[in-house]
Design a protein around this ligand. Structure first.
Ligand code: ADP
Ligand code: ASP
Ligand code: MG
Length: 426
């Protein structure tokens, strides 16, 4: 029996009962003969509550202190979980990200893992302990400051530890039975996917399916770590995410599927730079300004300029959390860039259709737009990749649009309704 890394999300450890339930599950894995390393998130909505608290004290909290605050959430969960395991008669030790050797760059609030040196974890499990590691946190290589990996970052901690410890599998335990063809909170008839490739899962995650974080899937693909996404509330098999189907039946299922799923994202906002002179260098200047502010953007659209004015508009989307910073940076650069004004809209949603089968099946794009049109949903921006089509719509339309597209592509299940076991979906 090899080593497994298990990650439990906030909804799985929302209260003392949850912690005790999870502790039993962990002990089962240990009793089955595995070495077990557990990554745990903050309890329930603790991270959101800490963010709200910080905002009451300071409108723009300094990155270093903000990270120090947020990492407290995972520290509480890891210590309680270790206590609960001990009270079941098993040996357990908890570790902060820094103690577990999670080394990151210095970008507070969204640090990247650059190395994992899990010597203390290895020693602890070799001594017969279950090692519990606080997710979502690390320590910067330069400066030795405490960092966080961005929202949902415990998924990445788990895969990074699984890679560094050469684990057999990384199990991600959450409040649904696996990865579904759409968010089960929105589409009751969503189907559980038995197996999905890293490639399709990456696109789903990047398009807002927060059941797995994009960076975590990227990491798993790079180190070829199979991920098993499953519920901590049921004993069911979940979804396997890996390079190749693990069985013939999984392979057949995939051959028939053109589309893996529909993802939606309401965490982005749209910035429109109005009246940009239509000449070389303008887009470069705008996006250099955004990049220098360390903001990642998503979709970009430039309109054709009206010949009479020689001016054009450029729109792009970005995380809402970065909106203020982007507007401030562009305002400062306005005299140099020479645009007329800025518009900011945070009432948007992005809806994406994902599937490798798109490459070889004509008509997917047309079917997607027809489904949206039949549902009366207006499209504001469009972007595509080889295996994804995304549109931006009004935020109010999102649920309607996701359900319409899910039905139109025959993804609705005719049997069980997808179960959501816990969590608030925050
Ligand atoms: P955790 O606290 O375990 O990290 P998250 O809230 O981050 O849990 O992720 C699980 C949630 O992801 C589910 O409750 C579900 O609402 C949402 N979700 C979005 N898209 C999907 C999808 N395609 N399949 C399953 N869950 C999804
Ligand atoms: N607790 C952090 C968050 O809520 C990290 C995580 O849950 O993965 O974003
Ligand atoms: Mg999560």
């Amino acid at each position: 029996m090899g080593l497994v890394v298990q990650k439990y999300g906030g909804s799985s450890v929302a209260d003392a009962e949850g912690i005790k339930r999870v502790a039993k599950r962990i002990v089962e894995a240990k009793k089955n003969g595995h070495q077990v390393v557990v990554v745990v998130s903050a309890m329930g909505d603790t991270t959101d509550e800490l963010i709200e608290l910080a905002e009451q004290v300071s409108p723009m909290p300094a990155g270093r202190e903000f990270d120090m605050l947020l990492t407290a959430g995972e520290r509480i969960a890891m210590a309680l979980l270790a206590m609960a395991i001990k009270s079941l008669g098993h040996k357990a030790q908890s570790f902060t990200g820094s103690q577990a050797g999670v080394i990151t760059d210095s970008v507070h609030n969204k640090a990247r893992i650059i190395d994992v040196t899990p010597g203390r974890i290895r020693t602890s499990i070799d001594e017969g302990n279950i090692a519990i590691v606080a997710g979502f946190q690390g320590v910067s290589q330069e400066g030795k400051n405490i960092t966080t990996l961005g929202r949902g970052g415990s998924d990445t901690t788990a895969v990074a530890l699984a890679a560094a410890l050469d684990a057999e599998v990384c199990e991600i335990y959450t409040d649904v039975d696996g990865v579904f063809t759409a968010d089960p909170r929105v589409v009751k008839k969503a189907k559980k996917i038995e197996w999905i490739s890293f490639e399709d899962m990456l696109e789903l995650a990047a398009s807002g399916s927060k059941v797995l974080l994009h960076r975590c899937v990227e990491y798993a693909r790079r180190y070829n770590i199979p991920i098993h996404v499953r519920s901590s509330f049921s004993g069911l098999q979940g979804t396997w995410v890996s390079n190749e189907p693990r069985s013939q039946s999984e392979g057949q299922q995939v051959e028939h599927a053109i589309i893996s799923g529909v993802a939606h994202d309401v965490s982005e906002a749209k910035v429109t730079v109005v009246g940009v002179p239509d000449k070389p260098g303008e887009a470069a200047a705008i996006f250099r300004t955004i990049a220098d502010a360390e903001i990642n953007i998503d979709m970009v659209v430039q309109n054709v300029s009206a010949a009479s004015t020689g001016l054009t508009d450029i729109s792009f989307t970005l995380p809402k959390a970065e909106g203020r910073k982007a507007i401030d940076a562009l305002e400062r650069s306005k005299p140099a860039i020479g645009f007329e004004s800025l518009r900011y809209d945070d009432q948007i949603a992005k809806i994406s259709l994902v599937g490798a089968g798109m490459k070889t099946n004509p008509g997917v794009t047309a079917g997607f737009f027809e489904a949206l049109s039949d549902a009366g949903v207006n499209i504001e921006l469009i972007s595509t990749s080889e295996i994804r089509i995304s549109v931006v719509t009004r935020a109010d339309d999102v649920n309607n649009a996701v359900r319409a597209v899910h039905s139109a592509f025959g993804l609705d299940s005719d049997s069980d309704e997808a179960v959501v076991y816990g969590g608030t979906g925050r």
